[in-house]
Design a protein around this ligand. Structure first.
Ligand code: SF4
Length: 427
């Protein structure tokens, strides 16, 4: 079976669960379509471009390997209007992330599998703590595809983290809307040792307490949902919870945020939360998504977004053009701005973000970084700092060789951040 994933980290996690399920059922997972009898394609519905890439991939697969039987799973599969099912070689469309259903679609009996054992060829692992979302952002088809917020039992998460920590130096907590972790479980959920609802902050504390050594990281989390427990861990134990997160902004205009259905924050509450985090956690990495060209976005709206991005310490920005999705409310708000205007606004934000990222890298030069070692390219070992900076380390240096994690002193070299031996490491 050949596995292929489109989309986010939650999808990558789901594909690994499918891999484990299929291997337990006796399949061999292959990397080359020429060796495959079947394929499982995990789809994404965030943009129409992603969906059309997925359909192109399935068509190419059927030409490359006539007779291959394809199962399409994931978010686009959950919302399929028949177009995916009609693609050549597609034998089944399995909405969502049900690994047992994928096995059954391939004619296999699902085998009982334990916690996810690990991610092949990666120093970092992803751990899904919840699925689904209770919100209804007017541009978002993911919430339609994934259903309501469903938090995974904290004890099951700890058990999986213990297994993953044997093979990985970093574990990224992922999901669809992780800031709402626990809200569906209420207080006193089974396995939660403590009082009050098992929030994401309490879950992180539990993981740090019960799973030794490994570095945890949050994936995407709403700025106003980042609670004080999480901030305390990032500030006081940055080696256990990386001082970095991705806080979706989408727009700096309150009018646009309102039409997007993002009712839980305004530009001002987002700004205040980020500023208070920056006061407590230093250094820290801050990413965000911004959508340009939402229906009705005016030049004044765009200027508000630019002003907010300028004011806050972003270290990376994902700028996307608005993509109308079937079944969502936003297309009813009218046509987006002309394509040329959207391109111009996107380019302005990307240029601004590139300048801020470069400034953050320069400012970190001379400081220390907790580096998790990733791939090797010749004499260079790629690494990722806690604040999400790519760092290059000398692969053969005695303080690097054979390790999965080192503390390095950062320096700029040819526009890149390199790591040098830190005195602390010698000590
Ligand atoms: S918060 Fe909004 S954008 Fe994020 S998954 Fe939920 S509905 Fe979609």
């Amino acid at each position: 079976v050949l596995l292929h994933t489109f989309g986010c980290k939650a999808n990558q996690y789901d594909t690994e669960v499918v891999r484990q399920q299929l291997e337990a059922a006796g399949c061999t997972v292959v990397d080359d379509a020429a060796d495959a009898d079947a394929a499982v394609v995990n789809s994404c519905t965030v943009t129409h471009v992603g969906e059309s890439k997925m359909r192109g991939y399935v068509r190419r697969l059927s030409r490359q390997r006539p007779g291959i039987q394809t199962v399409v799973m994931g978010c686009a599969a959950a919302l399929d209007d028949g177009r995916i099912a009609a693609l050549p070689s597609v034998m089944s469309v399995v909405g969502g992330a049900d690994a047992d259903a994928v096995a059954r679609a391939l004619g296999l009996a699902p085998a009982p599998v334990g916690p996810l054992a690990g991610f092949r060829g990666s120093a970092r692992a992803w751990l899904k703590v919840q699925d689904g979302c209770d919100e209804h952002c007017t541009f978002c088809a993911t919430t339609l595809a994934r259903g309501d917020n469903r938090s995974i039992d904290p004890e099951a998460i700890v058990a999986e983290a213990l297994v993953l920590a044997e093979r990985h130096a970093e574990i990224v907590l992922t999901g669809v809307h992780i800031g709402t972790y626990g809200q569906d479980r209420g207080t006193g959920a089974p396995g939660h040792r403590g009082t009050g609802a098992p929030t994401l902050g309490k879950l992180a504390e539990l993981l740090v307490e019960r799973v030794p050594a490994v570095r945890f990281r949050l994936s995407s989390v709403e700025a106003t949902e980042l609670c004080d427990d999480l901030l305390r861990l990032m500030a006081e134990q940055p080696d256990r919870l990386a001082p970095h997160f991705h806080a979706p902004l989408q727009s700096g205009s309150d009018g646009v945020l309102k039409r997007m259905g993002r009712h839980w924050y305004t530009a001002e509450t987002y700004r205040r939360r980020i500023e208070s985090i920056a006061e407590r956690v230093q250094p820290f990495g801050l990413g965000a998504d911004v959508i340009v060209g939402f229906p009705g976005e005016t030049d004044a709206d765009h200027r508000e977004t630019v002003a907010l991005v300028e004011a806050l310490p972003f270290t990376s920005l994902h700028v996307f053009p608005y993509s109308p999705r079937q079944g969502t409310a936003a297309p009813r708000f009218g046509a987006p701005p002309p394509a040329a205007v959207v391109r111009e606004r996107g380019a302005e934000l990307r240029e601004l973000a590139a300048g801020k990222a470069a400034a953050h890298r320069s400012a970190r030069s001379g400081g220390l970084a907790d580096c998790v070692l990733e791939g090797r390219q010749g004499a260079v070992r790629e690494a990722l700092s806690g604040d999400y900076l790519a760092v290059q380390l000398p692969a053969e240096a005695p303080w690097v060789l054979g390790r999965s994690r080192v503390t390095a002193r950062l320096a700029m070299s040819g526009g890149r951040l390199v790591g040098e031996q830190a005195l602390e490491a010698v000590a």
